[in-house]
Design a protein around this ligand. Structure first.
Ligand code: FAD
Ligand code: NAD
Length: 468
C-alpha cells in the first residue's frame, strides 16, 4: 500500500471518529483520520463535554464556598473571590491536555492524522484540503463519516458570538454576565445556565415546550426543576422566542407568551436550541448519500450508508447526540467492517445532565412504558433516607427503577441527585445484562454509599424497602 492508501479513512476526530480509528487500528487496519480542526477530539473535547464539565466543577466549588454552603460543615470563609481568568485557563488547560492526548493515542496505535477538510471524492477516494494549502487524495477500502454536529440558531436570532452566542461562546465569557438569557431549556441551557448562575449571574431560561425536560421521567424532572428554581434559575416555559436585538452591551429578546408579545433584556444571550448534523463541505450530496431533510445521514443497523464502502456514526446519524453513543457506534462500525459482530444496545445508553443535582436516564421512562402499554412495577428511594447522602449534605434526590411487571426485568433506571452520573453506570450495566430488580436488590452494596439508594429502590420494586 502506498502512503496515501488506507484500509479505512475516518472523517472527523471526535469521540466517534477517533475511538473508531483506534479500534480499527487494533483490528489490524491501516487507518487515516482527518479533522479540519488542529485539536483532535471533536466537539466533545474542544467545546463540549470536557470544557463544560470543567466549568461545572469549578463553578460548583465557587458557589459552595461563596454562598455559605460550607457553613453547615463548620467551615467559615472570610472572603471568597472569583478569579474567572484562572477558572477559564484551568478549563483550557484540561482541553489542551486531552486533545493532545488523542494525538498521542493516534501515534501509539499507528493511526495517521491529517489536518484539513475531508471531502468524499467518489470511488473510495477522499480529498483533504490541507490546512497549509494544497490537496491530498487518500484512497480507502472503507470510509467512516464521523463529522458530528454544529450548534443551530432559530429564526430572528442572529449570532454575533459576543452578546448573542452559542455554547462555545458561553464557555468563555470574559466576565460574569449580569443577566444571562438562555434560549432553550435543554441540556446545554441547564448546564451552562447553572455555571453562570453559580458564578453570580441572574439567569432566565426561555423554553418553547410547556413541560420541563419532556424526555426525562416526570418524577425526576419535577424534582430537578424544583432544585434549579431553588438555586435561582428562572424559567419561562411554553414561550416562543421571535428575535434578539443588540444595542451596545444590552440585548433585547422578544418572545411570545400565551399569544402576547413580550421582551426581556439581558447583557448576554445563550442560544441553546439544539444542534444539527454537520455535513458542510463533505460532498455528501454529490456522493449520493441518503440524508433526511435536516441533513442527517441515514444508515442501516450496522452503520452502512446507502453508498457501498461508506459508513457513518455519531451525531451525524439519527439518535441522541452523546459522546458515548458516538464512541460505541464507532467501535461497532469498524468491528462490523472487520467481520466481527459490532453492536450497540440503544436501550442501555445513559443520558446525563451534569447540573446539581445531576439527572440521569437509562432505558425507558414511566411515560414511555405507559404509552407502549408495557406492564411495569416501580420502586423509588430518596437520597434523604441514605446515610452517606446525609453525611455529604446531599439529601435532595431519588433513584427510580422501573421493572417489567411479570419478568421483573429492569426497563428503566432514573436518578436525580448528587453523583447521578456515576450511579447511572449500575443501571446501564443492569439493563445491558438483562438484570431483574431482584438481582440489584440482592447484590451487596457497600455501606455507607449512595449506591445503597439503588439497592433500596430495587427492594421497593418488590415492596421490601428497609430503610424508610
Ligand atoms: P464531534 O465530536 O462533533 O466531532 C466531529 C469532528 O469532525 C469535529 O472535530 C469536526 O471538526 C470534524 N469535521 C467535521 N466535518 C469535517 C470535514 N468535512 N473534514 C474534516 N473534519 C471534519 N455529550 C455527552 O455525552 N456528554 C456530555 O457531557 C456532553 N456535553 C456537551 C456539552 C456541550 C457544550 C456540547 C456542545 C456538546 C456536549 N455533548 C456531550 C455532545 C457531544 O459533544 C457530542 O455528542 C459528541 O461530540 C459527538 O461526537 P462525534 O464524534 O459524532 O462528533
Ligand atoms: P436540546 O435538544 O437538549 O435542548 C434544546 C431545547 O431548546 C429544547 O428543550 C427545545 O424545546 C428548546 N427550543 C427549541 N427551539 C426553541 C425556541 N425557538 N425557543 C425556545 N426554546 C426552544 O439541545 P441542546 O441543549 O442545544 O444540546 C444539543 C445536543 O447536545 C443535545 O442533543 C444533547 O444531547 C447534547 N449535549 C449533551 C450533553 C450531556 O450529555 N450532558 C450536554 C450538552 C449537550
Amino acid at each position: 500500500m502506498s502512503d496515501n492508501e488506507f484500509d479505512l479513512v475516518v472523517i472527523g476526530a471526535g469521540p466517534g471518529g477517533y475511538v473508531g480509528a483506534i479500534r480499527a487500528a487494533q483490528l489490524g487496519m491501516k487507518v487515516a483520520c482527518i479533522d479540519k480542526e488542529a485539536k483532535l477530539g471533536g466537539t466533545c473535547l474542544r467545546v463540549g463535554c470536557i470544557p463544560s464539565k470543567a466549568l461545572l466543577e469549578s463553578s460548583e466549588r465557587y458557589h459552595q464556598a461563596a454562598d455559605g454552603l460550607l457553613d453547615a460543615h463548620g467551615i467559615k470563609l472570610a472572603k471568597v473571590e472569583l478569579d474567572l481568568d484562572a477558572m477559564l485557563a484551568r478549563k483550557d488547560k484540561i482541553v489542551d491536555q486531552l486533545t493532545s492526548g488523542v494525538a498521542g493515542l493516534f501515534k501509539k496505535n499507528g493511526v495517521t492524522a491529517f489536518h484539513g477538510l475531508g471531502k468524499l471524492a467518489g470511488d473510495g477516494k477522499v480529498t483533504v484540503q490541507l490546512e497549509g494549502g494544497g490537496t491530498q487524495t487518500l484512497t480507502a477500502k472503507n470510509i467512516l463519516i464521523a463529522t458530528g454536529s454544529e450548534p443551530t440558531t432559530i429564526p430572528g436570532v442572529e449570532l454575533d458570538y459576543d452578546r448573542v452566542g452559542n455554547s462555545t461562546t458561553a464557555l468563555s465569557y470574559p466576565t460574569v454576565p449580569e443577566h444571562l438569557v438562555v434560549i432553550g431549556g435543554g441540556v446545554i441551557g441547564l448546564e451552562l445556565g447553572s455555571v453562570w448562575r453559580r458564578l453570580g449571574a441572574k439567569v432566565t431560561v426561555l423554553e418553547y415546550m410547556p413541560d420541563f425536560l419532556p424526555t426525562v421521567d416526570k418524577d425526576i424532572a419535577r424534582q430537578a426543576l424544583k432544585a434549579f428554581k431553588k438555586q435561582g434559575l428562572e424559567f419561562k416555559m411554553g414561550v416562543k422566542v421571535t428575535g434578539t436585538k443588540v444595542e451596545g452591551e444590552k440585548v433585547t429578546v422578544s418572545y411570545e407568551e400565551k399569544g402576547e408579545n413580550k421582551t426581556i433584556e439581558g447583557d448576554r444571550v445563550l442560544v441553546a436550541t439544539g444542534r444539527r448534523a454537520n455535513t458542510d463541505g463533505l460532498g455528501a450530496k454529490e456522493a449520493g448519500l441518503e440524508m433526511d431533510k435536516r441533513g442527517v445521514i441515514q444508515v442501516d443497523d450496522h452503520f452502512r450508508t446507502n453508498v457501498p464502502g461508506i459508513w457513518a456514526i455519531g451525531d451525524v446519524i439519527p439518535g441522541p447526540m452523546l459522546a458515548h453513543k458516538a464512541e460505541h457506534e464507532g467501535v461497532a462500525a469498524v468491528e462490523t467492517m472487520a467481520g466481527e459482530p459490532g453492536h450497540v444496545n440503544y436501550d442501555a445508553i445513559p443520558g446525563i445532565i451534569y447540573t446539581h443535582p445531576e439527572v440521569a436516564t437509562v432505558g425507558k421512562t414511566e411515560q414511555q412504558l405507559k404509552e407502549a402499554g408495557i406492564p411495569y412495577k416501580k420502586g423509588k428511594f430518596p437520597f434523604m433516607a441514605n446515610g452517606r447522602a446525609k453525611a455529604m449534605g446531599e439529601t435532595d434526590g431519588m433513584v427510580k427503577i422501573l421493572a417489567h411487571a411479570e419478568t421483573d426485568r429492569i426497563l428503566g433506571f432514573h436518578v436525580v441527585g448528587a453523583h447521578a452520573s456515576d450511579l447511572a453506570a449500575e443501571g446501564a450495566v443492569a439493563i445491558e445484562f438483562s438484570a431483574s430488580a431482584e438481582d440489584l436488590a440482592r447484590s451487596v452494596h457497600a455501606h455507607p454509599t449512595l449506591s445503597e439508594i439503588i439497592k433500596e429502590a430495587a427492594l421497593d420494586v418488590a415492596g421490601r424497602v428497609v430503610n424508610i
